[in-house]
Design a binder for this molecule. Sequence first.
Ligand SMILES: [Fe+2]
Ligand SMILES: [Fe+2]
Length: 451
Amino acid sequence: MKPIQTLMLGAALAALGGSAVVQAAERPLRPEPAPAQASDLPVVAASAQPERIILNLTADPAHEMAVTWRTASGAAGLVEYAEAEDGPDFVQKAVRVTALTDDATIAVREEAAFKAAYHSTVLKGLKPETVYAYRVGDGQRWSEWLQFRTAATTAKPFTFLYMGDMQNNILSEASRTMRMAFRKAGDAAFVIHAGDLINRHDSDNEWGEWFAAGGFLYAQTPQMPTPGNHEYGRGPVLNPQWRRQFTLPETGPAGVEKLKETAWTVDYQGLRLISVDAPLFHGDEAMRAEMVRWLDGLLANNPNRWTVLFLHFPLFSVDPDRDNDRVRKALKPLIDKYGVDLVLQAHDHGYARGAIGAGAMTNAGPGHTSETGSTYVVSVAGPKMYPVAPLSWATRTASRTQTFQTLDVSPEAVTYRAFTATGRELDAFRLTKNAKGVTRVVTLKAADQGR
Ligand SMILES: [Fe+2]
Ligand SMILES: [Fe+2]
């Protein structure tokens, strides 16, 4: 049956006569309906079989690993683990630990009283630079044996991945970026997510998409998220799954409950990685003061060669109309004072990268590009796109481009590469430090530069 508007317009054009009627009638007159969001559908019940299994780093990544998963309500939570071996004999050597289980009823967008059991544990006393195998279950239903590698205790080369907003059509369209990232850097030590992992803060189905997008990769490579505005509801209130489904380091400002597992820091093989809770930094004056105090301490007493700060709201945006003045004014002086090497961000749904020297405090304007300042990046992994304006601060920009980033860290250098969702190299640069500790940025020839 033809849509009624087609028939009406067809009749109107018929009055004008001729062949236009045929062409017009064959063309859809209304835009295609927006695809249904996962959060518009009935909630998917938690399964008896362990699901949404994820690793997170703790504050001691050479000796510990956090494991979290969920099941249907009522199930026990057990983890078995052993040092992995080349053959199957490790299975007999596995030890069993009981996880913490939070058998919860939470209000999610799709259901007012959603039930699931969230299980988590931190495996402790592990050997550095060692592959472990583990499985999770209730004693009868088990996951497959999964593997991870612990960190070294010293500064040694490693790679990590950085993803911007996945947020929209997470499984259908953002997953290809995540999966291409793992094809390029399958041995990544961990993945950072710079916020807006999902679109509707209280949706459980969207979290289901997010977990499906990474699948077993999340159970083998620690995922290290910072929240975006889409992880917060009005209040602001953090979505009810965040602290249940992740076990992030409680290394934020001491004693500040609101920032637990959203503002955190980890030292990994010569790199200090810091997550700033951008929504609370922007919207809550007391939390901003707490985080500034905490950051000042973390940056002043930092034995690591490299420092990466990551947060959802960009200090320098891809469009001058999207200005985060309050965040920039509070963070930029600290970044400049302590020479933070990289600031990795998201939120603007476009790509931009540039180094910005001390003193540059406006979002737009001349004279921003520098070879020795901190490097700021904005990127997006999912399909939602905003325009990217011509930018005085950026060395490289890209519109309507889904990307992921690999960062190869060693005591000598950090080599950064941005790739598109098809695996094409879009941008590359290298950071080195001189004898005084000043970081220098050199743009590398990426595969498509000069086009
Ligand atoms: Fe976003
Ligand atoms: Fe955002």
